[in-house]
Design a protein around this ligand. Structure first.
Ligand SMILES: Nc1ncnc2c1ncn2[C@@H]1O[C@H](COP(=O)(O)OP(=O)(O)OP(=O)(O)O)[C@@H](O)[C@H]1O
Ligand SMILES: [Mg+2]
Length: 252
């Protein structure tokens, strides 16, 4: 009993410590992203065509849609990793923090958890490295483990801390919750709730998106459709319980 109580206490302390931390995002121009008539094809296969949309400063949007509808492709075009037709304007003073689907595999394997964060943290936040590690469940001995011994979920978690330490004003996270357990997802979610910059979340996870976004861009039939409102109102409109149902609807 006592042991359990203590554990719960530590937990609460660490989570509340986390809420104070992340650096405010540097101010950006009013429109971090403007796409005009954007199209992408691979040979004969058109992934999407004529996508026009804009994302305003401070907006939190979700990219949703079936597998293969082009969400990651669009994100990679924004990151300059893919060619495209049309116009894509990244706004003034935009500093992008990008979490790719393979982000966890980009960590340096030979250094420890602590070193990874110690190298990434700049400025005042350095005083809180131990707290941050604790809040993301890397308290105690585990922080001296090398990255190469970490599990997939632990690597994702570490890559996420690293990203959240950077002072960026446009966060683009492509399926960040894929390897995360429920608890880690909640920790990430509350960190994102406190984030004050612009955010694009690519996800199939309704519970994760719930409370995080106020606009949904639906990818499908080679188009991107804008829906105002949160993920609930989107699902209600589509008469769906969850985003996985998108996979089951018949493509017209
Ligand atoms: N280098 C490539 N060459 C040819 N086709 C590609 C290439 N990269 C991606 N594609 C195709 O483009 C389409 C869009 O892929 P993309 O990864 O953007 O989908 P997604 O919406 O992110 O899907 P998921 O939800 O599964 O992550 C897919 O049909 C994919 O097979
Ligand atoms: Mg994808």
């Amino acid at each position: 009993m006592l042991e359990k109580l203590e554990l719960v206490e530590i937990d609460e302390e660490d989570t509340s410590a986390l809420r104070l931390k992340f650096p405010p995002s540097p101010r950006s121009g009013s429109y971090p992203l403007i796409l005009g008539g954007l199209s992408k094809s691979y040979g004969e296969h058109t992934v999407f065509s004529d996508v026009s949309l804009s994302i305003e400063r401070g907006e939190r949007v979700a990219f949703v849609g079936k597998n293969g509808e082009g969400k990651s492709t669009l994100v990679r075009a924004i990151m300059g990793e893919k060619g495209y037709e049309g116009t894509l304007t990244v706004g003034h003073n935009i500093m992008i923090g990008y979490f790719a689907q393979n982000q966890a595999s980009l960590l340096d394997e030979e250094i420890t958890v602590f070193q990874t964060i110690d190298d990434a943290a700049k400025g005042d936040i350095r005083a809180k490295i131990r707290d941050i590690l604790g809040a993301f469940m890397f308290g105690g001995d585990i922080s001296s483990n090398k990255v190469k011994v970490l599990s997939g979920g632990e690597r994702t978690r570490l890559a996420m801390i690293k990203l959240l330490l950077e002072p960026v004003n446009l966060l683009i996270l492509d399926e960040p919750t894929n390897h995360l357990d429920l608890k880690t997802k909640d920790i990430l979610k509350s960190a994102l709730q406190d984030y004050d910059g612009t955010m694009i979340l690519v996800s199939h996870d309704r519970d994760f998106l719930d409370g995080l976004v106020n606009k949904v861009f639906e990818f499908g039939n080679k188009r991107v459709k804008e829906h105002l409102g949160d993920i609930h109102s989107f699902l209600q409109k589509k008469k769906m319980e969850n985003l996985r149902e998108l996979e089951r609807t018949i493509k017209l």
